[in-house]
Design a protein around this ligand. Structure first.
Ligand SMILES: *[C@@H]1O[C@H](CO)[C@@H](O)[C@H](O)[C@H]1NC(C)=O
Ligand SMILES: *[C@@H]1O[C@H](CO)[C@@H](O)[C@H](O)[C@H]1NC(C)=O
Length: 146
């Protein structure tokens, strides 16, 4: 493999990883009150991420406190959506998760993030970039070893 090919690959990987930052954000939108697949144990393959229509958005995830039903067991409400900045007045909208209590005394965990599909799971909010860096390192290691 020539040096030229190597650079082409590196550039291609970077474009794949970081290209659509300026475009419209894609987020999951669902509610496990309607479909259990949206719950804490998220079955992302059942959903197509939606392109958020507004530009002033982040991907959002609301996870409610557990509700205990005598008959149905524990229910944890989960909502994923394109979150319009400013819609929850007073909440800190920086990326990450925090518990927040609304003026109506409704408390839940709210997570915001701003990369495509990032509201699939809370902990994987940074997954795409990590995947890209990993891919790049794996490729470079492969080059050195071959
Ligand atoms: C929001 O949260 C971030 C990170 O936790 C913090 O650095 C920032 O100061 C907070 N902003 C406000 C307005 O509280
Ligand atoms: C919310 O809770 C606080 C403290 O428990 C109470 O003072 C307030 O009246 C409650 N507000 C509403 C809208 O229920």
């Amino acid at each position: 493999m020539t040096m030229c090919n190597v650079f082409q690959w590196i550039i291609l990987i970077f474009i794949m990883c970081f290209a659509d930052k300026g475009g419209s954000l894609k987020c999951y939108e669902c509610d496990n009150g309607q479909n259990p697949a949206c719950g804490v144990d998220f079955k992302s393959y059942q959903y197509e991420a939606r392109v958020c229509t507004s530009s002033n958005v982040k991907c959002g995830l609301q996870r409610q406190l557990p509700l205990f039903h005598k008959s149905q067991g524990t229910f944890i409400g989960v909502i994923r959506l394109c979150y319009q900045l400013g819609s929850l007045r007073g909440i800190n909208e920086t990326n990450g998760c925090r518990y927040w209590t609304s003026p109506e005394n409704f408390t839940a965990l709210y997570c915001f993030c701003s990369t495509d599909y990032c509201n699939g799971t809370i902990s994987e909010a940074r997954f795409p970039v990590i995947l890209c860096v990993g891919l790049l390192i794996a490729y470079l290691v492969h080059l050195i070893e071959s």
